[in-house]
Design a binder for this molecule. Structure first.
Ligand SMILES: *[C@@H]1O[C@H](CO)[C@@H](O)[C@H](O)[C@H]1NC(C)=O
Ligand SMILES: *[C@@H]1O[C@H](CO)[C@@H](O)[C@H](O)[C@H]1NC(C)=O
Ligand SMILES: *[C@@H]1O[C@H](CO)[C@@H](O)[C@H](O)[C@H]1NC(C)=O
Ligand SMILES: *[C@@H]1O[C@H](CO)[C@@H](O)[C@H](O)[C@H]1NC(C)=O
Ligand SMILES: *[C@@H]1O[C@H](CO)[C@@H](O)[C@H](O)[C@H]1NC(C)=O
Ligand SMILES: *[C@@H]1O[C@H](CO)[C@@H](O)[C@H](O)[C@H]1NC(C)=O
Ligand SMILES: *[C@@H]1O[C@H](CO)[C@@H](O)[C@H](O)[C@H]1NC(C)=O
Ligand SMILES: *[C@@H]1O[C@H](CO)[C@@H](O)[C@H](O)[C@H]1NC(C)=O
Ligand SMILES: *[C@@H]1O[C@H](CO)[C@@H](O)[C@H](O)[C@H]1NC(C)=O
Ligand SMILES: *[C@@H]1O[C@H](CO)[C@@H](O)[C@H](O)[C@H]1NC(C)=O
Ligand SMILES: *[C@@H]1O[C@H](CO)[C@@H](O)[C@H](O)[C@H]1NC(C)=O
Ligand SMILES: *[C@@H]1O[C@H](CO)[C@@H](O)[C@H](O)[C@H]1NC(C)=O
Ligand SMILES: [Cu+2]
Length: 634
């Protein structure tokens, strides 16, 4: 099948593919297939229950005196009164069943080309009951599941129906040899202009849990996020550990467009007071108490939103692939009465580690396993938003973000004596799970270091100065011409400024670009002088975490004795408040790669630097004409 035909509907599409039996699990297949149809992990929304049970659906400005606020719809106690959910899901809400990963997917299928269309537009929608402008993909929120196998080529046609530019970044994927498909506006591409489209075309060399999001200013915060799951034959070794596989999106959530909130945040004299989330969502939904806002707030609020529901069957084992697609808030995840086992962090399989509560910061992913072996009733799945790391309190925010885990297909709130939260205190800090707890399942020794680049992270807010973030003395502002385009042109022209070693002098003052000699092993010592925790993400690589600490400084004396055997490797690491981290990567992937804080507000405030690697390969590149053409539009 030609790619052109695939693209234009001539052939098999993602949806049209028949699920094939995998070779590794043949004996269980028929059971699983039926199971998927009948007792599967339904992640059903309780939408429509209200209709069935006579809840009032008054539309009013908030504070209109609704009596049902913040609680689940009336209990059905498993009597099956809820109407078919698909008929009651508002058209803008993605059916969460789409995030239920059918276990009959063929992880051993030969590499193929898979085609997706992502059309981005702006609508009015109310994910938690409050109506707001929301950016959606293919008309729905959150974004569609992208599911492929390792080795597949993907063709993803992103069409922009917004009045602003957009882009899409494939978080965690290497893009080895296709740096211009990385989706990072100002680094690897110009924004896709309104009414235009761009075809992302790359092969997927890794496997595990990834996600995609707009990488244009703070835009993803307004709805442009979705899961990107890659399977592999290598997964057979862990598939034995679970019966069902489920994507779970967690995110903090604002009732206003990020572009509305941004000017206040960046305003002069603002002491880095980030906009505070108004709510948290699981699978793009949650309740919100309409009466939290005064009647004259101007918000339109319907007290008919809902929670995510996970149906489980007694005795079955579940894999939940948690993805924090939020802007600012860390979550601490737990399931009442059930311990959870962590088996994957940022697409690195890890030796199972049992925890009761798991911290997950912005852009990180964890796969957790749990066994539905408790008394068959309802329990809370908790994603506690850690507001202790916020600069202030938002009175309307309920940090206790929950979904329902039900053994009995009922939507009643759990009985508080039966569903009991873990007594361990919530973390007061926003630290990651200790790296000593995370041991990669497939060992990979860290190579010896060649070059070390220390960097300092700070926020500088003076009188009358804008609130800007700095790496050393640079605060990033996206350039009109992406640094990749500049570098390729400069290398072609044999401009020596573009093939230096160390901090590059070829770019403008708002670009901190470190040009790394080919194949060198690089350590970056991130030293934070800031009072907040920052989840740092490196594009195009997984890094080894060589050492990290809260407070204090890296002990240079310890450098020769760092553990090289099998340190944890991932793509997003939280650097603690006033803390530091030493991360290591091999400069073998050609291109311009961003290293940035993934908190939307901080990146927009300038917390981004770049590495330029493999000049030897880049000097032979000619950027595709469609990539260059993005910069021609006005
Ligand atoms: C993508 O959209 C094109 C029209 O632009 C359509 O022909 C094609 O079938 C779509 N492909 C998929 C996988 O949805
Ligand atoms: C509903 O909101 C009202 C007004 O804020 C409050 O008094 C009441 O306790 C809330 N009820 C529930 C169940 O949260
Ligand atoms: C379940 O529903 C039945 C019928 O409405 C009711 O009699 C019973 O009390 C309910 N049980 C619970 C635990 O709510
Ligand atoms: C849960 O109940 C609803 C309503 O009766 C029914 O449509 C659905 O099939 C049930 N789901 C499971 C997993 O039993
Ligand atoms: C992408 O989709 C748009 C809108 O349907 C279409 O005009 C364009 O031709 C598509 N691009 C490719 C490469 O198929
Ligand atoms: C995708 O990229 C490959 C490799 O560069 C190329 O051969 C192919 O023609 C591209 N496909 C489309 C539809 O542009
Ligand atoms: C588009 O960009 C402008 C300028 O930054 C901003 O005011 C507006 O809110 C943006 N629209 C959306 C939907 O983000
Ligand atoms: C809530 O009620 C409003 C007004 O009746 C309706 O437009 C909206 O679709 C409902 N939302 C949900 C999630 O059911
Ligand atoms: C439930 O499953 C967990 C994880 O497999 C196990 O540690 C625990 O002992 C089981 N508990 C019961 C009551 O079977
Ligand atoms: C959940 O755990 C609590 C505390 O250990 C216990 O009291 C309760 O009975 C458990 N719930 C069920 C349904 O077994
Ligand atoms: C950042 O600043 C520190 C302290 O001045 C310096 O040692 C380091 O070399 C600088 N790093 C870069 C990448 O410029
Ligand atoms: C990227 O490809 C180059 C060959 O061009 C190879 O040497 C390198 O190991 C690859 N890096 C990754 C991270 O796959
Ligand atoms: Cu940050």
């Amino acid at each position: 099948m030609k790619e052109d035909e695939l693209l234009h509907g001539g052939g098999q599409t993602q949806e049209a593919e028949k699920p094939l039996a995998t070779t590794t699990r043949k004996s269980r297949k028929p059971f699983l297939f039926i199971g998927t149809a009948i007792i599967f992990v339904v992640l059903a929304l309780a939408l429509g229950l209200g209709l069935g049970l006579g809840l009032k659906h008054k539309k009013a400005s908030v504070g209109g005196g609704h009596s049902s606020n913040g609680t689940s719809p009336n209990p059905t106690n498993g009597t099956g009164e809820s109407p078919d959910i698909s008929e009651n899901i508002p058209s803008w809400r993605r059916n969460p069943l789409e995030y239920n990963l059918d276990m009959s997917w063929d992880i051993n299928a030969a590499p193929t080309t898979r085609v997706f269309n992502l059309t981005v537009s702006e609508i009015q929608a109310a994910p938690d009951g409050i109506l707001r402008p929301l950016l959606v993909i293919n008309g729905q929120f959150p974004g569609p599941l992208i599911r492929v196998n390792q080795g597949d080529r993907v063709l993803i046609n992103v069409t922009n129906q917004l009045s602003n530019g957009t882009s899409m970044h494939w978080h965690g994927l290497y893009q080895n040899g296709t740096n211009w498909m990385d989706g990072t506006v100002g680094v690897t591409q110009c924004a896709i202009p309104p009414s235009d489209s761009f075809l992302y075309n790359f092969t997927v060399e890794q496997f595990g849990t990834y996600w995609y999001h707009s990488h244009f200013a703070t835009q993803y915060t307004d709805g442009l996020v979705g899961p990107f799951i890659v399977h592999s034959p290598e997964e057979s070794k862990i598939q034995e550990m679970y019966d069902y596989d489920q994507v779970v999106l967690l995110q903090d959530y604002y009732h206003n467009l990020s572009t509305t909130l941004l000017p206040g945040y960046l305003a002069s004299g603002n002491e880095n007071a980030e906009p505070l989330p108004d709510n948290g969502l699981i699978q793009g939904t949650n309740f919100f108490n309409c009466s939290s806002y005064p009647p004259d707030s101007g918000y339109i609020c319907d007290q008919n939103s809902t929670r995510a529901i996970f149906n489980v069957a007694q005795g079955k084992r579940y894999r939940f692939r948690l993805i924090n697609t939020g802007a600012f808030g860390e979550f601490q995840v737990s399931i009442d009465n059930h311990t959870i086992q962590v088996i994957e962090a940022d697409a690195t399989l890890v030796q199972p580690v049992t925890v009761s509560r798991l911290p997950i910061h912005i852009a990180q992913r964890y796969s957790i396993l749990f066994h539905a072996n408790q008394t068959a009733t309802n329990y809370w799945f908790r994603a506690h938003m850690n507001d202790l790391c916020f600069s202030a309190e938002n009175p309307v925010l309920d940090t206790d973000v929950r979904a329902l885990v039900t053994y009995t297909n009922s939507t009643s709130d759990p009985n508080p004596t039966q569903s009991v939260d873990w007594s361990y205190a919530l973390d007061a800090s926003c630290e990651d799970l200790s790296t000593s707890d995370l041991v990669p399942y497939d060992p990979l020794p860290a190579p010896q270091v060649d070059i070390t680049y220390p960097i300092e992270v700070s926020f500088q807010i003076g009188n009358y100065a804008l609130d800007r973030a700095y790496i050393n003395s640079t605060t990033w502002v996206p350039p009109t011409v992406p640094t990749l385009n500049q570098a390729v042109a400069g290398l072609h022209a044999n401009d020596a400024n573009f093939s230096t070693s160390g901090v590059s002098t070829a770019f403008s003052a708002s670009q901190l670009v470190v040009d790394v000699p080919t194949y060198k092993v690089v350590d970056v010592l991130i030293n934070s002088l800031d009072e907040g925790a920052h989840p740092f993400h490196l594009h195009g690589h997984q890094f080894w975490i060589m050492a990290s600490g809260s407070r204090g400084d890296f002990e240079w004396n310890s450098y020769p004795t760092l553990n090289l055997t099998n340190p944890m490797r991932r793509d997003t690491l939280t650097v603690d408040a006033f803390g530091w981290a030493l991360i290591r990567f091999k400069a073998d992937n050609p291109g311009l790669w961003a290293l940035h804080c993934h908190i939307s507000w901080h990146m927009e405030a300038g917390l981004l630097m770049q590495f330029q690697t493999r000049d030897d390969i880049m000097e032979g590149w000619t950027l595709p004409s469609d990539v260059l053409a993005l910069c021609d539009a006005k």
